[in-house]
Design a protein around this ligand. Sequence first.
Ligand code: ADP
Length: 281
Amino acid sequence: MSKRECWLGRTPQDVIAQSRKIVVKIGSSTLAHEDGAVNREFLESLAKSVDALRALGKQVVLVSSGARVAGVSRIGKWSRKEDTNYKQALCAIGQVELMTAYSEIFSAHELFVGQILLTRDDFGVKERSLNIRNTLFTLTDEGIIPIVNENDTVAVEEIKVGDNDSLSAHTAVLWNADCLILLSDIDGIYDQNPKTHPEAKLIEFIDNLDETLSHIDISGKSDFGTGGIETKISATREAMGYGIPVILANGSTPDILLQLSEGTAPSTLFTNAAGKPEAED
Ligand code: ADP
């Protein structure tokens, strides 16, 4: 995959305006209520935004977490079980809940969804990654919204991507996305954890990741979160390595994707270039 040489867009609205292919990653804390039930209001707002982006000629791929918490909420037990087979069983149950909610809510906007479950191995084997790429292209070319998640049933530690931030970056690279949007429970990257430091300051623009990281504190994560900011940073590093800008924003902001495209919501934009984008597929 070639690295995009340059990118015109120093604000999230410029980046979204110039992007045709957008990957959106939705974290567990955005997708589920505190009791683990699927946040249907969020999905309604997401469906409306995806519909609006599609009307502007854009294609969207979703990478969605939340299977395990949805599983706990569905059967009301095993939340404290730490053994892998129970975790995988919860994901198997919760994945159905999740996809049912996506399918019901998106179909109200006449949007069809398709499920893609992946493990790390799938990206490492040429033939498999080509198949994933072809499926993503076919679904999006036909106007269907792919929803990607880790295949938790088969993903034991050795073959796990490990977190959906990385999964979303791998997906963005494989699909040749123009930008990656990570939705979490915070407005972006702060100079320290905003959950524990109310005085933390939002950093809205980052074009030198290492320099920024040298003077901020990124420890801590949300109750449901798997990776915290660290995995978002490594996903961002991967995407930026291919010239794909990344926007980190708050999924609980109403109609967040539309607000980002209009420049009315706070966020952090990570980008490493300033020129005009290549005209490519
Ligand atoms: P998600 O489930 O949405 O992927 P995570 O819980 O994995 O979210 O990561 C987001 C969490 O990272 C925030 O809720 C916040 O508590 C924590 N965090 C730690 N340091 C920072 C920081 N410097 N800026 C923003 N968030 C931070």
